[in-house]
Design a protein around this ligand. Structure first.
Ligand SMILES: *C/C=C(C)/C=C/C=C(C)/C=C/C1=C(C)CCCC1(C)C
Length: 240
């Protein structure tokens, strides 16, 4: 507890001086605040969506702690110091977002295999992305593999078995599902843009205006997707 407290109140304050550093500070606080809100809302709407709310709180909570580390790593080492923390955060939170899909479709009869398929695909997407981004393999090749797997996730959610279950469920569940699948199609597409801004490849000319902005882009993506996902679930919980 004291350690966590010290992380928030570092004795030597590192003052943010550019947009990326600011978004690490704001990101840490926004994620922490969102977690408090989701935890206090576990029983919103009668507690029917308690597990989903809890998962939402875990997603932003895990991110809040990683943002504290990333904030300091970025201030002392720049972008390279952030990569490992970034991917540890994602490898925990993105599968939890897959769990979120499973939980809201559970009452419509979603099989466990749906959850495991999504988790497996998202893990492959992130591991290949890490290999390319950290320079352990060709950025273009591993980025492309990661991107193809991402399309696999989009396919399952938009046109595959999950979409069918959501239609069957209808009502507030279908509404929440539809919002979440838009997050995956549009919100998650922010990440490959960040990746292309931060790695070298055929796309480097295309994204030259964003060069060096990878962490800023990822931070914006995280705020939109992690807090957004939780708010969709909250909305579902309080729906009639
Ligand atoms: C809370 C964190 C989230 C929702 C992170 C999502 C990350 C992605 C969807 C990353 C995708 C990538 C590609 C599709 C290709 C390039 C490599 C990645 C890993 C940045």
């Amino acid at each position: 507890m004291e350690n966590l407290f010290n992380m928030f109140l570092a004795s030597e304050v590192i003052v943010p001086t550019n947009a990326t550093e600011f978004t690490f500070w704001i990101g840490a606080m926004a994620m922490a605040a969102a977690s408090v809100f989701f935890l206090l809302s576990l029983d919103a709407g009668g507690g029917k969506w308690r597990n989903s709310m809890l998962v939402s709180a875990l997603i932003t909570g895990i991110a809040a702690v990683h943002y504290l580390y990333m904030r300091d790593a970025y201030a002392s080492m720049g972008g390279d110091g952030v990569t490992a923390f970034r991917y540890v955060d994602w490898i925990l939170t993105v599968p939890l977002m897959c769990v979120e899909f499973y939980l809201i479709l559970q009452k419509a009869g979603a099989p466990k295999s749906l959850m495991w398929n999504l988790i497996t695909l998202s893990t492959i997407m992130l591991v290949t992305g890490y290999v390319g981004e950290a320079g352990h393999g060709d950025a273009v090749i591993f980025g492309t593999i990661s991107g193809l797997v991402y399309f696999g996730i989009v396919y399952i959610l938009w046109l595959g078995s999950a979409a069918e279950l959501a239609n069957k469920a209808g009502g507030a569940v279908l509404e929440a599902y539809t919002a979440l699948k838009w997050f995956v199609l549009v919100g998650w597409a922010i990440y490959p843009i960040g990746y292309m801004a931060g790695t070298e490849g055929w796309y480097s000319g295309l994204f030259s205006g964003l060069s060096g902005q990878m962490d800023l882009i990822y931070n914006i993506g995280d705020a939109i997707n992690k807090i957004g996902f939780g708010l969709v679930i909250y909305n579902l919980a309080v729906a009639k």
